[in-house]
Design a protein around this ligand. Structure first.
Ligand code: URA
Ligand code: SF4
Length: 209
């Protein structure tokens, strides 16, 4: 796969970047998804949140974090005192990767391969060049490993304020935490505790602003 690099225009205008991303063929994931789901939020955001990839509902809507994981994220942000309208929300991979439960059946999320994450990273870097956040939150291992490298372990470093020497535009403080989907997939009796953990990590990020 050629990667997204050749599709990324030299601009820091988010609307221009989003328009260009809608034609990206940097890896094979554009073939089966409905649309490119680019990031959303103000260009002036001081805080950027990065998820994994759009899910079923995001792929239909063309907006990040509008499905079940998005609703849980909204709740966590509110509890952490962060206004979602003031943050820029995006994903490490811009197309939905899925398999069918049966022919014509429900679309089930598939984890993106490392090669797809690397292929899509130029879009994420372009978004960070445009927004230049002070603080960056990686929601889950895919986002964290896209920006911090494949050996990064969220479980070992979640909730820490990191200053990676990775080449991230604007050199933001980085906080890694769990993905809201992991809370939804986990045992229901552990949800409240897991959500409290996500909220605590988001508070750390807000405190670094
Ligand atoms: N999960 C993600 O990582 N991103 C979304 O946009 C939705 C669900
Ligand atoms: Fe391009 Fe990323 Fe979509 Fe692959 S997943 S086609 S690199 S936008």
């Amino acid at each position: 796969q050629p990667g997204a690099g050749e599709f990324v225009p030299e601009t820091t205008d988010l609307a221009e970047l989003a328009a260009a991303a809608s034609g990206c063929r940097g890896c094979d994931l554009y073939r089966n998804a409905e649309r490119t789901v680019f990031g959303a939020g103000p260009a002036t955001a001081r805080l950027v949140l990065v998820g994994e990839q759009p899910g079923d509902q995001e792929d239909r809507a063309g907006e990040p974090f509008v499905g079940p994981a998005g609703r849980l994220l909204d709740r966590a942000l509110e509890e952490a005192g962060i206004d979602r309208g003031e943050v820029y929300v995006t994903n490490a991979v811009k197309h939905f990767k899925f398999e069918r439960a049966a022919a014509g059946g429900r679309r089930i999320h598939k984890k993106p391969a490392r090669g797809e994450v690397v292929a899509c990273r130029p879009w994420l870097v372009a978004e960070l060049r445009a927004v230049r956040p002070e603080v960056l939150v990686c929601l889950g291992a895919t986002a964290a490993q896209s920006l911090l490298g494949p050996s990064f372990r969220v479980t070992a470093h979640r909730g820490e304020i990191l200053h990676p020497d990775a080449e991230i535009p604007s050199d933001p403080a980085v906080v890694a935490t769990i993905h809201p989907s992991a809370i939804l997939r986990g045992p229901s009796e552990q949800r409240e505790e897991a959500l409290a953990g996500l909220v605590a990590d988001l508070r750390v990020a807000a405190g670094a602003l």
